[in-house]
Design a protein around this ligand. Structure first.
Ligand code: GDP
Ligand code: IMO
Ligand code: MG
Length: 435
């Protein structure tokens, strides 16, 4: 098999959706392996813009197969909504094309309620020291928690009313105790969950199956498989800025467990790097630009969340973060996106190292107590003012843009494979073939 993995190297929203959509032209199969509808992947196809949260971005290419792997957490209402919204826009979504792993965990209404309650002040006293993450509120963390504590419901359970009722009843015992005694929110009843199950099963049953044989067949037959990462390396549950992270493994290593792929079958790892940095939610961000310059970058890049609409925090490119992601993910090529956004915003800076306790360090510390004490050490670049959205070759770019890209390549620890100069499929400089 030839496979390409697309992973984010920053805090998400690097432009993975666009690049996955582009690479799908050469792929046979597109696979999501982690995360859920906390992801928001935007694709621009001609005059149409699509925001996908759960269904792999490859769905927009007729005839390509899409898998939602076991490592994904699935909100059935969102999945149904996404299927219906795509169909209403003339995109075919049928069970021959899309398989949802029977082992993917279900995001239940109580997961969303728990996510929201944890991100809100307590009704009574005693909440000192609680940490607010600024989650997307989609129930992601609580769903992964139940998976790890073996209390979760899987997609297969939607097709088995008795098992669903028994497991949901057991889950409600704990959840309702928390809701009423601690968070002061209403308890949930089993009948309402059972009614939801019936509706979900009626619509989703044809899509639920074992997603692995199609993947294994693709491996045997040497077909092209594209793995679509969600979030980014700095949001990884183990290696990100814990606790300000998401609840899944966002690194290329997550592909194996999250889909049923062997490590040797992961080929090219394309690390997505936005030409600057953004972050949504709380947590340390060493190269953040606050004030009017940060606002200008946000407006130029239209940095508002695809999922929640929240304004994204913006800052300089952090090569220390990307270099760390390159090491964590085994990145073989970099895809630099949104370079066009930096036009006219120069001079530009790239953090080449951090200064910590008087010494320079080249990688992100694993603990945020250390990260919070780090000062970025920058290199300066002249920048550029030209419109570069029509560049299709590196040589079409003005000198200032080329120098900046040379800096990215030199500082981030992997060669450039692709440069994106606009949101559309065609607005891309392709430097190598990935499959
Ligand atoms: P993802 O979560 O990594 O898929 O990224 P998002 O879709 O959340 O955010 C990236 C945003 O930038 C989307 O609105 C894309 O349409 C847009 N985008 C992607 N690549 C480019 C590019 O090269 N230039 C510009 N101007 N916009 C881009
Ligand atoms: P894509 O795939 C940017 C952030 C949230 C929050 C933290 C935890 O579009 O790049 P969660 O809801 O996952 O428990 O929230 O992670 N976050 C993202 N930020 N892009 C994403 O996905 C994100 N998914 C989660 O803002 O800080
Ligand atoms: Mg996004």
């Amino acid at each position: 098999m030839t496979s390409v993995a697309v992973v984010g190297t920053q805090w998400g929203d690097e432009g993975k959706g666009k690049v996955v959509d582009l690479l799908t032209e050469e792929a046979d199969l597109v696979v999501r392996f982690q995360g859920g509808n906390n992801a928001g992947h935007t694709l621009v196809v001609g005059a149409e813009t699509y925001a996908l949260h759960l269904i792999p971005s490859g769905i927009l290419h007729p005839g390509k197969a899409a898998l939602i792997g076991n490592g994904v957490v699935v909100d059935p209402d969102v999945l149904i909504g996404e299927i219906e919204a795509l169909r209403s826009r003339g995109v075919e979504v049928n069970p021959r094309q899309l398989t949802v792993s029977a082992s993917a965990h279900v995001i239940m209404p109580y997961h969303k309620a728990l996510d929201a309650a944890r991100e809100s002040p307590l009704p009574g006293p005693g909440g000192e020291g609680r940490v607010f993450i600024g989650t997307t509120g989609r129930g992601i963390g609580p769903a992964y928690e139940d998976k790890a504590s073996r209390q979760g419901l899987r997609m297969r359970d939607l097709l088995d009313p008795a098992a669903f009722a028994a497991r949901a009843k057991a889950a409600l015992l704990e959840k309702n105790a928390l809701f009423t005694a601690l968070y002061g929110i209403p308890a949930m009843g089993l009948p309402e969950l059972e009614a939801l199950r019936a509706g979900w099963a009626a619509k989703l049953a044809p899509f639920i199956g074992d997603a692995r044989p199609a993947l294994w067949k693709a491996v045997r037959e040497g077909r092209h498989v594209l793995f679509e990462g969600a979030q980014g390396a700095q949001l990884d549950i183990d290696h990100g800025t814990y606790p300000y992270v998401t609840s899944s493994t966002t690194l290329s290593g997550g592909i194996c467990g999250g889909s049923g792929t062997a490590p040797r079958d992961i080929g090219t790892v394309l690390g997505l790097v936005k030409a600057y940095t953004s972050r949504v939610g709380e947590g340390p961000f060493p190269t953040e630009i606050t004030g009017p310059a940060g606002d200008a970058l946000r407006e130029a890049g239209r940095e508002y969340g695809t999922t929640t609409g929240r304004p994204r925090r913006c800052g300089h490119l952090d090569a220390v973060a990307v270099r760390t992601a390159a090491a964590l993910c085994g990145i073989t090529s970099l895809a630099v996106t949104k370079l066009d956004v930096l036009s006219g915003l120069g001079p530009l800076k790239i953090a080449r190292a951090y200064r910590l306790d008087g010494s320079e360090i080249d990688f992100m510390p694993q603990d945020i107590r250390d990260l919070e004490r780090c000062e970025p050490v920058y290199w300066d670049y002249a920048g550029f003012a030209e419109d570069i959205s029509r560049a299709r070759l590196i040589t079409d770019l003005p000198k200032g843009a080329r120098e900046y890209l040379e800096g990215v390549e030199e500082l981030c620890g992997a060669p450039l494979g692709l440069v994106s100069v606009g949101p559309e499929r065609g607005e891309t400089i392709i430097l190598e073939s990935f499959f």
